[in-house]
Design a protein around this ligand. Structure first.
Ligand SMILES: NC(=O)c1ccc[n+]([C@@H]2O[C@H](COP(=O)([O-])OP(=O)(O)OC[C@H]3O[C@@H](n4cnc5c(N)ncnc54)[C@H](OP(=O)(O)O)[C@@H]3O)[C@@H](O)[C@H]2O)c1
Length: 269
């Protein structure tokens, strides 16, 4: 077996690795032989996970305590991605939601949500595709949400941040066309995690169990989608044709949005 450095899968950064989906990504990537760089704010949890993964899989496991709603912490991670040639994967997973109408959401919460879900994800994606294309290998995985497909009552800002992730990540795919670099957009539906508690969802009726996926099933399916070469992986969407139809309708609306002549319905009566 070739055990040279070039056959090593490299290091994977997982943001939001202290719980939920990110934690399970870190476990699976370590099991696949990646060294892992675990990013979140709760250091105790990250350290416990690092010890577990290093012990179980014999991989390097590093903790980078960061608040990715803060520009200085995002810049530090961008520098690391650019300067550390061992990094071959970034999972942009950290994110949060608030289940509230926009008028009842504090300004600070809105600003933090956009800073984390949008700004950090954008800057880290940029650093990753620049570094990966220059190194000739790498995979960027951005975690969007089914909530970004259409307006969903109660999560106006969150849904819009995930609609951003949908468009932004798909746009990036054209920037890595004809390179070995991979960009995958993952669209979970409803997944059991602490994210619901963070969002304030504990005050609501529990979701019917038949629509809620486990973090384990979600991450397994998402990594299978990556292995299959998918650009967009939506594990809960049973009918793949629905995804294709949504994409096709978006492309048609984009084309239809450009015309020098106002549509006939706007003619003066
Ligand atoms: N659960 C769902 O139903 C669902 C559905 C669709 C999409 N998603 C998306 O999946 C991703 C993971 O969510 P989850 O459900 O696994 O939620 P979760 O269990 O609450 O995990 C969120 C992770 O993000 C980290 N995080 C939060 N704020 C951060 C900050 N300012 N800086 C750095 N890290 C931060 C948290 O760690 P610390 O608190 O330690 O910082 C935690 O590790 C999110 O992007 C979410 O929008 C979730």
């Amino acid at each position: 077996m070739n055990t040279s450095i070039s056959s090593h899968p490299g290091a994977a950064i997982v943001t939001g690795a202290s719980s939920g989906i990110g934690r399970v990504y870190a476990q699976h990537l370590a099991a696949r032989g990646h060294d892992v760089i675990l990013v979140a704010r709760r250091e105790d949890r990250l350290r416990r996970l690092a010890t577990e993964l290093a012990g179980r899989h014999g991989v390097g496991a590093e903790v980078l305590v960061s608040d990715l709603s803060k520009p200085e912490d995002v810049a530090r991670l961008e520098d690391r991605i650019e300067s550390d040639a061992s990094i071959s994967m970034l999972v942009n997973n950290a994110g949060f939601s608030a289940l509230k109408p926009v008028t009842q959401t504090p300004d600070e919460t809105i600003a933090k949500m956009i800073a984390l879900n949008v700004t950090a994800l954008t800057l880290l994606s940029k650093a990753a595709i620049a570094a990966f294309t220059s190194r000739g290998r790498g995979a960027l995985i951005n975690i969007g949400s089914g909530a970004g497909f259409a307006p969903y009552p109660g999560i106006p800002v969150y849904g819009a941040t995930k609609a951003y992730v949908y468009l932004f990540t798909q746009s990036l795919q054209s920037e890595v066309e004809d390179t070995p670099v991979r960009v995958q957009l993952v669209l979970p539906g409803a997944v059991v995690s602490e994210g619901w508690e963070v969002a304030g969802g504990n005050d609501l009726e529990p979701l019917p169990p038949e629509i809620v996926m486990s973090t384990e099933d979600l991450v397994r399916a998402a990594l299978r989608g990556l292995d299959l070469g998918e650009r967009v992986t939506a594990p809960s969407v049973q009918d793949e044709a629905l995804l294709r139809a949504y994409e096709a309708a978006g492309s048609r609306a984009l084309q239809g949005a450009f015309d020098a002549t106002p549509a006939a319905r706007y003619a003066e009566p």
